[in-house]
Design a protein around this ligand. Sequence first.
Ligand SMILES: Cc1ncc(COP(=O)(O)O)c(C=O)c1O
Length: 495
Amino acid sequence: MGSPADVNRPSQESGAEEGSTSTPWAPGPSGVALLEDHPDRLQRLARRHLWMHFTRMGSYDEHHAVPVIVRGEGCYVYDEHGKRYLDGLSALYCVNVGHGRSELAAAAAAQMNELAFYTNWSYAHPPSIELAARIAGLAPGNLNRVFFTSGGSEAVESAWKLAKAYHHAQGDHNRHKLISRNLSYHGTSMGALSATGLTALRTPFEPMTPGGIHVPNTNSYRWREDRDPLWAADAIEEAILFEGPETVAAVILEPVQNGGGCFVPQDGYFQRVREICDRHGVLLISDEVICSWGRIGHWFGCERYDYVPDMITTAKGISSAYAPLGAVIASDHIAEPFLHGTAAFTHGFTFGGHPVSCAVAMANIDVMQREELCANVRANEGPFREMLDSLRDLPIVGDVRGAGYFQAIELVKDKETKETFDARESEELLRGYLSGELYRRGLICRTDDRGDPIVQLSPPLIAGAEQFEEIEAILRPVLSEASERMERWSSPSKA
Ligand SMILES: Cc1ncc(COP(=O)(O)O)c(C=O)c1O
């Protein structure tokens, strides 16, 4: 996984950290002045005590700093030295309305003062009720029932369990399998991980939750030209028939697949998948943890591709991550068996639909509506894409793809043959140079080689021409240099 400054160096750290209980850290109006009093302290404490997610902790030592972000404003964040970065990743596809919105902070504070917490287990509270109704109003079709979680993996986990429980309630006791696509990422809890189609992420945790079945994705960049464009959709039917339709509970797909680098669907793909699911009594889950809340120009990604799933899973942009929240949005027919007599969906999380998170999500949606952020993405997608497409003249840029403010550049060794970098080359390209250099020049984006190597961009939905120019001004020289470096690295005699 490409982390911003993953330079792949062994850690020099050992022994206990002195001072770990000294001056408590408190956020100041800027955070920066406070941290300058202790230039090394956070670095030492981070290296000694913090376990960062998906991070090679051994990469950080006295010479390789942990990237510490202390403040955010609009499309930008600042590190502990006050250096500014363009947040081209919206803090992992999350901060859709941009950083530093005091109105969201005020909504959180007001809710904490009123009712800091109550659970949604057997009780309800106004923020979860209001938010559920508001989401139902925005969601397409009859997706009217909202089951809150604390994040995306929990939403995926819940949707799979709900699919199984739904079939069970219909007397279909054997429908338990979940079909997803190769290279897809659906989260890390054991059920969600079983749906995730990334071998390296799964292997250390085998055996998986039974029932995760994988089918081809929609990466047509690497398809033969004469291939039927709906081939990948038909592969889902083949898998259903192979497994036995009576064993398959659901298919889970992202509108635009993140893992592998923003794979978009072919025209008619989702319509074909919907038909296949209906034909075999299989539910369709649209995993929109990234692709909802304006990311691809609509409240929900399924609207862009004109299909109505049985369930939507969402998180991240629902609250612009000012507070953690996720949800399963279920159609009326999915919820129906659980709404009568003694029936119940026997599943939940203490913090699912936390009142503070729900209040923040309401304020987040207020901002999105007032500033028409979905429309802003639709209006600016063209110029954003043109800027990225203009980089195609660089020898290392093989493909540019994506939708809305969710775009990827695939990096190749040979543009004509589409030859990709092998594992060693990719390590050198991404961790040896690109991720560190982009960060050093002030651009946070994702460099990733879970599939073929890519650079991915997903800026806040308020971004516009100024940010696109800034992205290009950094990407062009860095990709150009990357290309030359890789040439020298692969054939040292040419140097
Ligand atoms: C499509 C998709 N599903 C699920 C998840 C898991 O979400 P979380 O990290 O909030 O558990 C992610 C995370 O990026 C995701 O992109």
